[in-house]
Structures are given as C-alpha cells and as structure tokens.
Design a protein around this ligand. Structure first.
Ligand code: PMP
Ligand code: GLN
Length: 380
C-alpha cells in the first residue's frame, strides 16, 4: 500500500463489528439500525427489480430520484435546486464525500475539518494528497472555539469539510457557528462540503440548519446526504450531493471513475421514500430521541459521564469515572469482558490524548437490545 495510506489500515467500524459477532457481544459500535425502514420503500425496491431497473442508471442518477431530492430540498429548506444539473446520485454519502474532496483538492491544499471527524474524511483528504487541519470539539458540549477555528484557516485552505448533525458527538451546529464558518470560508475563498446525512435525525426541537441555507453560501457549497440514515437502508448505499452546477459537474467527473453509477433499483425506491414518507421520518426521529434517553440514562447509571446528543445515532460517554484510562484498550476488551461493543472516540481524532477516555455508543437499536447492553455494562 502507498505510504500515505498505510496509516488507515482497516476501519474501526468493521473491526469492532467483526469482534462483536465473533464473541456474541451486543453491538453498539458500528452505526446501523436493527429495524427495517418503511415497508413501502422496501416494496418499491422489489417492484423496481420486477419493472426492469436492472441495468446501469444514468450518470447523474435516475431522473425520478433527482427530482425527489430537489423537491425535498425545496419542501424542507426552501432551497431551489435544478434536478437536471444540480444533483448527483452517489454510492452512499461515502462516495459523495470522496468525489467532492477529490474534485476540489490538489496536493498541497489544506482542508479544515472538525475533530473528532468521521473516519473517511481523513482518508479522502489523504487520497487527494491534501492536508487536514482539524479544529477540536471538546467534551461534553463540543462547542466551536472561534480562535481555534480562525487559526485553522491559512492561505492554502481550499475546503472546509463540515458535518452537521455531527458523528460521533451528536452535536447539531448552531446558526452562529455556521455563520462564523461561512464568514471564514468567504474570507479565504474556500469551498464548503457539508455532510448532512443525519439531517432528519435530531431530537427535542434541535433543528438541523443546512449550511447551504445560510445567506451567501450557495455558490461555494456542496451538500451531501444519504438515504441510508433517513430510511434505515444503510446497505443500499444510496447517497447524493447537491450544489452549483459547475461543482456538481466536477464531482460527476470524479464519480465516473470511482463507480460510474450504482444502486440501480434502490434509486426509484428512495425517490418514493422522499416523496411520501415525511411522517414516517418524523416518527422515526422521535423514536430515536427516546432511545437516546434510554441509553444515556443507562450509561449514567452504569457510571459513565454522558454528553448530551442532539442528533445522529450516537452518544459520547466518558469512561474515566469508571477508572478507565485508555478507551481504545477498554473498547477492545469490552466485547469479551462485558459482552458489549462500542467505538473509542480517539479513532476519530488526531489528538488521541484529548479523547483518551471517551467512548461512542450507538442507540439506533431495539429497546430490548439497549436494555441488554445497559444490563451487561452495569453488572460488572
Ligand atoms: N458521513 C457520516 C457522518 C456518517 O456517519 C456516515 C455513515 N454512517 C457516512 C457519511 C456514510 O454514509 P453512507 O453509508 O451513505 O455511505
Ligand atoms: N457511519 C457508520 C458509523 O459511524 C459506519 C459506516 C461504516 O462502517 N463505514 O458507525
């Protein structure tokens, strides 16, 4: 493997899931739901196969899905998107992130991102030969520090890679924070790629604000989302990006040579989901909020110090009160010692020390699964 990529090895999510399966642990590591999404959407994929959606889709994605994405942006955020030129369907948000970073960055460019960061960000920045400059979000409130953010921008800044709602912290960026990011991006003439895959999964009135909805940001912003999160279809890998036609076209150029196209029969099924399932999505988010409460209370009772998660599938807990000094070791042992799998937050960080005792738990699981995990964690 090329030396710049050797450090990435294999992802912590896959490794923890494999260990959990091997020892029969309750898997609160990798973020995927254990309950299917809307039956209508599942049926629509079967119908699409029966109806012959079995060959290469068009390069930008099937028109029915691009139209559904544009109308979703209009209905939820009052954003005007041309489905012909401003939408690109991708193989999950993962490919959208890779396409955008590779399309916009060259060797020597710098990318500003927040830390902890989703693991593919660092790898995609490295694939592009660019350098990441991270801005810490500190437990337990994960607020953006203005001085630290300002200090991350330089004459080489090409791109800001933003994620709201944020994995792994559960933070939903505030309007003030996004406005500051927008001002700095404008000052340094940087693009903004904003990963909003958890756009609908927010709790207790915390409202997701799309970065592209802020005044003056539209021309420099690529917005990414994924049906995997909204409809609990993570294995279908239907994602997309939207933005100005020139930027979408640049991403399409890259995407052509990554996968060309993908997820054929799942595309019309997700179109149906976007067009008809707003009520389902509202209920799903409410249910997830309840699950967050269930797990957060259980972890607190088990002795962790638990941060407040306002969105996503995840909550971060500090294991220091339990006497843990290294969450990486702790998470590698936990499946065997307690029968529970979780992810050490240092896996998402350059500054491993800052996250030394922090653990990410996923709560997108059945109530009884969460209860069993809590019981196992409390027992020992
Ligand atoms: N971005 C974030 C923040 C994520 O958490 C994930 C997956 N959980 C992705 C991107 C990847 O999404 P997809 O599965 O659609 O590729
Ligand atoms: N995004 C999911 C998580 O954060 C996992 C996806 C993956 O395994 N790449 O857990």
């Amino acid at each position: 493997i090329a030396p710049t990529l050797a450090v990435f090895g294999s992802t912590i999510f896959g490794e923890m899931s494999a260990l959990a399966a091997q020892v029969g642990a309750v898997n609160l590591g990798q973020g995927f739901p254990d309950t299917d999404g809307p039956a209508e959407v599942l049926q629509a994929a079967q119908d699409a196969i029966a109806d012959g959606y079995n060959q290469y889709p068009p390069a930008l994605g099937y028109p029915v899905l691009r139209e559904a994405i544009a109308s979703h942006q209009q209905r939820h955020y009052d954003l005007d998107i041309d489905p012909q030129t401003q939408v690109l369907v991708t193989v999950g948000a993962t490919e959208a992130i890779a396409s955008a970073v590779l399309a916009l960055c060259e060797p020597g460019d710098e990318v500003v991102t927040f830390e902890p960061y989703y693991d593919s960000y660092a790898a995609c920045i490295a694939l592009a030969g660019a350098t990441r400059r991270t801005v810490p979000l500190r437990f337990p409130d994960f607020a953006v520090d203005e001085d630290a953010l300002r200090a991350a921008f330089t004459g080489r800044t090409r791109l800001v890679l933003l994620n709201t709602p944020h994995n792994p912290t559960g933070k939903v960026f505030s309007r003030d924070e996004l406005t500051l990011i927008a001002a700095l991006a404008a000052e340094y003439d940087a693009y903004v790629v904003t990963d909003e895959v958890y756009e609908h999964l927010t709790f207790d009135g915390a409202r997701h604000l799309p970065f592209a909805a802020l005044p003056g940001t539209g021309q420099r912003t690529i917005t990414i989302s994924s049906a995997g999160k909204t409809f609990s279809t993570t294995g279908w890998k239907v994602g997309w990006l939207t933005g100005p036609a020139e930027l979408v076209s640049a991403c399409r150029t890259v995407k052509q040579f990554l996968t060309y196209v993908g997820s054929g029969p799942f595309q019309p099924a997700i179109a149906l989901g976007l067009d008809t399932q707003d009520d389902y999505v509202t209920r799903f988010a409410q249910d997830l909020g309840r699950k967050r409460d269930l797990l957060s209370a259980g972890l607190t009772a088990a002795g962790f110090e638990v941060a407040r998660s306002n969105g996503t599938y995840f909550v971060i807990a500090d294991a220091a009160p339990l006497g843990v000094t290294d969450a990486m070791d702790f998470c590698w042992q936990l499946p065997r010692t307690h029968g529970v799998a979780a992810i050490p937050v240092s896996a998402f960080c350059d500054d491993k020390d800052a996250a030394r005792t922090l653990v990410r738990f996923a709560f997108c699981k059945k109530d009884e699964v969460l209860a069993e995990a809590v019981a196992r964690l409390t027992r020992a």
